[in-house]
Design a protein around this ligand. Structure first.
Ligand SMILES: Cc1cc2nc3c(=O)[nH]c(=O)nc-3n(C[C@H](O)[C@H](O)[C@H](O)COP(=O)(O)OP(=O)(O)OC[C@H]3O[C@@H](n4cnc5c(N)ncnc54)[C@H](O)[C@@H]3O)c2cc1C
Length: 384
């Protein structure tokens, strides 16, 4: 099964889900059956290398078809698409940074890819209250532990508060960060979320259920880690180069999700506006024209960043992907605002798809790197 077959299966799923949009947009929870369908379609294999049973060839070759899958899905169900996109986003940490001189790292990489091929869903619960999305500000701690690790690597137990764990309840592995005892710098850990209760008896305590106005069904819960079992990242070296290598791809994955929502909103608006084109007032004509232009600009930004990744220059990829994510985050919000002004007050109703999409697209600016942190990177890379 290659990318084309997975894409055909995802197209067909998205087609069915679109037909059920009113019910899906009202959901405040994830359905396991949806993730079963996506698993059967081969979606979890996108983050594993081709020679290990997956679909991935290289960042240059695979970023575009991978992101396209999530763009398609998002047009049908934004919450499921966002949760699903976390899987390749997280696995990319292992995928993009091989090091044949580190056998333990290579063993762990193989184990991560094997789990994805076996249908294990990955996600992340890295964010911490007060960190502003900056992982270097983590306060969680990690203590070495005895026992059989659930993944190749060293076992620890983690303590600390985490939030925004999109996909809690449907993901089996959650990436996070913590500072190991006796060390100064945080590193990455993998938490075992597979069927573990959330009452604190097994290391995870649910402290707040997700009640997002947008991306409402993502189950992005807040959890207290109370001695939660976790396996340490097997890479021996600083975290920054690994995170930086994955950053352009991750930024485009999240951009693809919001762009998929915007594609759908603009397409539906076009249908509704076209039938009354003759009677549009000048203000409405201007708002529609600008909305359509800005959607085009979003598509071009995404395309430009994708081409930078395909060009293979890491610095150029980071430069372009950060700007594309930021531009699309801003323009998606203003585009939705313009569309609702033309389509009218009915879009304020919760039963209108536009009211949900309006809030959904706001998520992009908060997704990693969130607004303030993203601005730091934009400035830091602007004058080099
Ligand atoms: C829809 C959606 C899905 C997301 N999914 C994920 C995900 O799957 N995994 C993940 O790791 N992250 C996820 N994020 C989080 C995202 O990556 C950012 O980390 C996050 O949005 C940053 O939040 P913030 O800027 O509000 O800062 P934060 O510092 O996280 O602040 C969040 C809240 O904490 C309060 N706060 C502020 N300062 C303090 C303080 N000093 N002490 C205590 N509380 C404080 C604020 O009132 C604020 O409401 C998601 C975000 C969204 C919007």
């Amino acid at each position: 099964m290659g990318f084309d077959e997975v894409a055909a299966a995802i197209d067909s799923i998205a087609h069915q889900w679109r037909a059920a949009r009113p019910e899906r947009q009202r959901r405040r929870h994830l359905e396991r059956a949806d993730f079963g369908l996506l698993r059967d379609a081969g979606l979890l294999r996108v983050g594993a290398p081709e020679d290990q049973g997956g679909l991935w060839r290289s960042l240059e070759e695979s970023a575009r078809p991978t992101c396209s899958l999530y763009r398609t899905l998002a047009a049908a169900d934004s919450s499921v698409a966002l949760v699903s996109s976390m899987h390749p986003a997280v696995i990319s940490l292992w995928l993009i940074s091989p090091d044949p001189d580190q056998p333990e790292w290579e063993d762990q990489r193989k184990a991560v890819f094997a789990s994805a091929v076996d249908g294990v869903q990955w996600g992340t619960i890295t964010s911490e209250p007060g960190s502003g999305g900056d992982i270097s500000k983590t306060k969680a701690t990690a203590t070495p532990a005895e026992g059989e690790p659930f993944l190749s690597g060293a076992l620890y137990t983690l303590r600390g508060d985490k939030h925004f764990g999109s996909g809690s309840g449907v993901t089996q592995r959650m990436m996070t960060t913590a500072i190991p005892d006796g060390e100064d710098e945080p590193t990455v850990f993998v938490l075992d979320f597979d069927g573990r209760p959330w009452d604190g008896t097994s290391g995870l305590e649910l402290i707040a259920e997700w009640d997002g106005a947008g991306m409402a069904a993502t189950q992005s819960h807040a959890m207290r880690l109370r001695g939660a079992p976790a396996v340490r990242l097997g890479f021996d070296g600083p975290l920054v180069p690994i995170a930086a290598a994955a950053a352009p791809f991750n930024a485009l994955l999240f951009t693809a999700v919001v762009l998929g929502v915007l594609d759908e909103a603009v397409a539906l608006a076009r249908e509704r506006i076209a039938v009354r084109a003759e009677s549009l007032r000048p203000f409405e004509q201007v708002e529609w024209t600008l909305a359509e232009r800005d959607h085009w600009v979003c598509c071009q930004s995404y395309e430009g960043a994708m081409r930078a990744i395909e060009g293979g220059d890491p610095a150029a990829s980071l430069y372009a992907a950060m700007r594309a994510k930021h531009a699309v985050a801003e323009l998606a919000e203003s585009t939705m605002l313009r569309l609702t002004r033309v389509l009218g007050g009915g879009t304020f109703s919760l039963s209108s798809p536009f009211s949900r999409w309006f809030e959904d697209v706001r998520a992009l600016g908060f997704l990693r790197p969130p607004w303030a942190l993203a601005h730091d990177t934009l400035f830091a890379t602007s004058l080099e």
